[in-house]
Design a protein around this ligand. Structure first.
Ligand SMILES: C[S@@+](CC[C@H](N)C(=O)[O-])C[C@H]1O[C@@H](n2cnc3c(N)ncnc32)[C@H](O)[C@@H]1O
Length: 251
């Protein structure tokens, strides 16, 4: 069973993407800098000033879609693609209605009904969601001024296939933003396909080095950025992680 098709992860990701700070982290001693990750993947990584007026954006591995909507603040057309049909259904419902009720797990079977809302000022009509595989994106997607792949590469069976395709997805001068905590796990990616986090010929190889090897023919690395994020599992259990964003400009 794909974990991203389960009720548990649909609820966790709706809270992760749309939860208000007090709904996610009710304490003043928690890592509040890690809130609103999908918003920060756009606000802290996209070079908005260099976008053309009719910019196109793609959010690959969009999950329930918050970063896709955030891209629509700056881009005339935004496509969100995910392999989870449940996530795509939920994101499409938010695009059509702007709101969606969901249950946040609190303790055992206890839960709280919350409402996910797309910020009213975002033009939702600019956004559409579709099911797709990042490793086999349809050929007629066209090219984009911004491609965001947030927390995706270490969840792919063949990340190299997505990286090889990315040159054809980004327009000349366009931006590719890859964020990841580099949590390489054999259940998602066979170790021989990891982009980094291994030793080759006695030399430790980082994922940033692997990304550079895969991308440098067509992209220039502009900068990297540390992006903390917080996923709440239940009232008293969280995953706190620090993704590395690498921001690339298409040559
Ligand atoms: C760790 S989540 C990150 C989601 C979102 N970008 C974020 O930052 O919250 C990984 C996402 O990638 C999606 N995914 C996994 N394999 C995929 C594939 N082959 N093609 C497209 N999406 C995929 C999952 O369904 C899930 O939504």
């Amino acid at each position: 069973m794909n974990p991203y098709e389960t009720n548990r992860l649909v609820g966790e990701y709706l809270l992760f993407h749309y939860g208000a700070p007090e709904e996610v982290l009710p304490w003043d001693f928690g890592p509040s800098a890690a809130l609103d990750y999908p918003v920060r993947c756009v606000s802290e990584c996209v070079d908005v000033a260099s976008l053309p007026s009719q910019a196109r954006a793609l959010d690959v591995g969009c999950a329930v879609g918050r970063a896709t909507f955030e891209l629509a603040r700056h881009c005339a057309e935004v496509i969100g693609i995910d392999y989870s049909r449940r996530f795509v259904e939920v994101a499409a419902a938010l695009a059509s209605d702007g709101v969606l009720p969901y249950d946040r797990t609190d303790e055992g079977v206890l839960s709280t009904r919350l409402l996910a809302s797309v910020p009213a000022e975002i033009p939702r009509r600019r956004v559409r969601f579709e099911h797709g595989d990042a490793q086999e994106l349809r050929a007629d997607l066209g090219s984009f001024d911004v491609v965001l792949a947030a927390n995706l590469v270490d969840r792919l069976a063949e990340p190299a296939r997505f990286l090889a395709r990315s040159a054809g997805l980004v327009k000349g001068g366009g931006q590719l933003i890859i964020t990841s905590p580099y949590t390489w796990l054999p259940e998602f990616t066979a170790p021989e396909r990891w982009v980094g986090g291994f030793v080759a010929d006695g030399v430790p190889r980082t994922t940033l080095e692997g990304l550079t090897t895969a991308l440098s023919e067509h992209f220039t690395l502009v900068r990297t950025k540390d992006l903390p994020f917080l996923i709440r599992e239940h009232s008293r259990k969280y995953q706190w992680s620090v993704a590395q964003a690498s921001i690339w400009r298409r040559n």
